[in-house]
Write a protein that binds this ligand. Structure first.
Ligand SMILES: Nc1ncnc2c1ncn2[C@@H]1O[C@H](COP(=O)(O)OP(=O)(O)O)[C@@H](O)[C@H]1O
Ligand SMILES: [Mg+2]
Length: 268
């Protein structure tokens, strides 16, 4: 772990720059009848408001488990988790979630799919509809508000799912391998979209990916987990020269980060 990350990881509670998310030695055990399965063993990191954290690690290491804990879809069994940076934080209201599949409701129009969290939270309808149109424009789906999901390609559906995750203006957006089902070219385009949305909204994003290249390209920071049970292998900022455009992937700095992650994961 580099010095900057270590300072952040070890920052004490009196730190004025309180992180949005603080995890310390987080632990999760799945229980089935008499069996216990340790899924997350020891995960510690600080995530600050406005960070884009890519979370990378081998399949089955506990990445989805961590996101579900952060979204309060399930509890944890040990360690410390503070979300909200000392301010009122309600996961149902303050978290947006994007899954590997878009999971749109097939009988609802794209607009009504994007509005779903607003409907569930009972947000004022008129403002929500206006915001949904803005978001559809932001994700390049302005002309598809009245379409049904089956009329859209996989990449377009996933963009609708991203708009849906933002409709209630959450503080934290969690994305679980959001581009896993897309072809390589669409995936690269979506990565660029993601960076633009991150810049435009200034929100805090955590993106799970098993693509090391994607982790480096997207992240302002990268958290690397070891094979399950999840432990922290490293957490570090990613600084790349110039704007994040696809050609940055050919830079030596980019290659250096990729190599660093390969080394951490023991890939030769
Ligand atoms: N609800 C559950 N009950 C029991 N075991 C689970 C459950 N969810 C996940 N697991 C196990 O926990 C481990 C981590 O799973 P997961 O967080 O989905 O990994 P990842 O997202 O990194 O692929 C896996 O071995 C998985 O089989
Ligand atoms: Mg997963």
């Amino acid at each position: 772990m580099n010095a900057a990350a270590q300072r952040r990881t070890l920052a004490d509670d009196a730190d004025a720059d309180q992180p949005l998310i603080r995890m310390r030695k987080l632990r999760k055990v799945y229980r089935k009848k008499n069996e216990e399965f340790l899924a997350v063993s020891d995960v510690s990191m600080d995530i600050h408001a406005g960070d884009m954290v890519s979370l990378v690690g081998p399949s089955g290491c506990g990445k989805s488990t961590l996101l579900k804990i952060l979204a309060d879809l399930q509890g944890h069994d040990g360690g410390l988790l503070q979300v909200g940076g000392g301010e009122d934080f309600q996961p149902g209201r303050d978290v947006g979630m994007v899954f590997q599949q878009p999971v749109l409701l097939k009988w609802r129009t794209i607009l009504d799919n994007v509005l779903l969290p607003a409907d569930i939270l009972g947000l004022p309808r008129k403002a929500a509809v206006a915001r949904a149109h803005e978001l559809l424009e932001m994700v390049g789906l302005a002309g598809f508000a009245d379409s049904l999901p089956y009329e859209l390609s996989g990449g377009m559906q996933q963009r609708a799912a991203i708009a849906r995750a933002l409709i209630h203006d959450p503080k934290l957006v969690l994305m679980d391998e959001p581009f896993g089902a897309l072809d390589a070219l669409t995936r690269e385009k979506m990565n660029l979209e993601m960076l633009r949305i991150w810049e435009e909204t200034g929100k805090t994003f955590i993106v799970v990916t098993h693509s090391i290249q994607e982790a480096v390209f997207l992240g302002s920071h990268c958290a690397v987990l070891t094979a399950g049970p999840a432990r922290m292998a490293d957490f570090f900022p990613i600084e790349l020269p110039g704007p994040r455009r696809l050609h940055v992937k050919t830079s030596p700095a980019f290659g250096g980060y990729v190599r660093r992650i390969y080394d951490l994961l023991g890939v030769e």
